[in-house]
Design a protein around this ligand. Structure first.
Ligand code: XIL
Length: 392
């Protein structure tokens, strides 16, 4: 799109600039600049230039950070170019399906009695072979539960089911896993329960203590792993995000005060520009509050959805890159942040095409590499954020 080309009304709305549409068409540049002011981005002439071509893992490691990505056996075993790109850029691997109860083509828990570790072992072996650490994701979640689970679990057998799962899964890799997302997404403001806990089969069968229990079982099964509480929707500035951050902080305070063996907060950071307000100071304060509890912080599922951005790829890529750099430049100022994991490395395998597709049906472009494993402006933005981050 040319800078002086008029955007359609629809594109202006995409930019979250509905208020501007009424004043007649603006040029692409005028709208993008308004978008940037509206979204508190730096100027759109940002160069995204970087020094050198060294990989993201090296730039992160120079600052005492770990950079990694999630992926699946499906996309690694069938796509050698993709596998090579991950080995080149990443120091950590997060199996996106294989350590869940069931997800995609993986089925760790075929029934209440048995485990199928074949795909989890394959992913662990791939990481180890390529000198990458592994994150376990995730032991206790309300999603990715096999059909038999909800038909089987009840107040009488839930604790035994949880104990067996954690002892077998965590125990199998004990001493060899960097960190476990022990509990994922336990907070739901809209569920309206005390402490804003989410209505899950775990809460229903074990009560609020299921969270502490899961951490204690995991610590017993692997005293070396970093134990993480992982949560989504902590990034932006509006009431629901304020409430969620407050509820997560209260949960972390409660867990720490009762001696739960928890070591870090994982913030998923699925970012979505053009549809949210970004408030750097609020985010800094939240990270300071978490760190003041003696917890580390991991950015565990970072990606930037272009769902609400214009069709034009050049504009989309610029806004996605600016979002990465603006977010990381804020969070990496917090010394407690130890790792940045993107939820995928290449657009070819982003979950967003399925879970948050664009209305125009165009493929999403949320990640550092394009579908041909070529570096995008987003790659440069992450590289710059690491290069400019304070050393841990
Ligand atoms: C997603 C995977 O990327 C998909 O492939 C899968 O079908 C569903 O789960 N938050 C999480 C992740 O904690 O486990 C989810 O991953 C994305 C949202």
């Amino acid at each position: 799109m040319k800078k002086n080309q008029l955007l359609t009304r629809r594109q202006a709305l995409y930019l979250g600039l509905g208020t501007f549409v009424g004043i007649g068409a603006l040029t692409a540049e005028e709208l993008l600049n308004s978008f940037n002011q509206n979204q508190s981005f730096a100027d759109t002439n940002r160069s995204f230039n970087i020094a050198g071509a060294n990989p993201l893992k090296e730039r992160a490691a120079k600052k005492g950070l770990i950079y990694g990505t999630s992926t699946t056996k499906f996309s690694l075993s069938l796509d050698t170019q993709h596998a090579a790109a991950i080995v080149k850029d990443c120091d950590m691997l997060v199996p996106g399906w294989e350590f869940k109860w069931t997800a995609g083509s993986a089925n760790l828990r075929p029934d209440a009695e048995n485990f199928d570790f074949s795909q989890a072992d394959w992913m662990f072996d791939f990481a180890t072979t390529h000198n990458m650490s592994t994150r376990g994701h995730t032991l206790v979640w309300h999603e990715s539960l096999p059909k038999w689970f909800k038909e089987t679990v009840n107040k009488q057998n839930a604790q035994q089911l949880l104990e067996k799962h954690i002892e077998r899964v965590v125990g199998r890799y004990a001493g060899k896993i960097h960190s476990w997302d022990v509990v994922n997404e336990a907070i739901s403001v809209s569920d309206g329960l005390p402490n804003k806990l989410r209505k899950t089969p775990w809460l229903n069968s074990l009560g609020p203590e299921y969270i502490d229990l899961a951490f204690r079982l995991t610590a017993a099964a692997d005293p070396d792993a970093l134990l993480v509480y992982n949560e989504k929707g902590l990034d932006y500035d509006d009431q629901i995000y304020d409430q969620r951050r407050a509820a997560v902080l209260k949960l972390l305070e409660r867990l720490k005060s009762q001696g739960t063996p928890i070591h870090a907060l994982g913030t998923q950071a699925h970012l979505s520009p053009g549809n949210n307000k970004f408030n750097p100071e609020k985010l800094r304060q939240f990270f300071r509050d978490v760190a003041s509890l003696g917890l580390k912080i991991m950015i565990t599922e970072l990606d930037v959805s272009d769902k609400y951005l214009p069709r034009d790829i050049a504009i989309r890529d610029r806004i996605v890159a600016a979002t990465y750099e603006d977010y990381l430049s804020v969070v990496l100022d917090e010394p407690a942040v130890i790792a940045v994991i993107t939820w995928g490395l290449s657009d070819k395998y982003t979950w967003l095409n399925e879970f948050a597709p664009r209305q125009d049906g165009k493929p999403s472009r949320p990640l550092p590499l394009d579908t041909q494993m070529q570096r995008k402006l987003a790659w440069n933005a992450i590289a710059r954020a690491f290069d400019n981050a304070p050393k841990r």
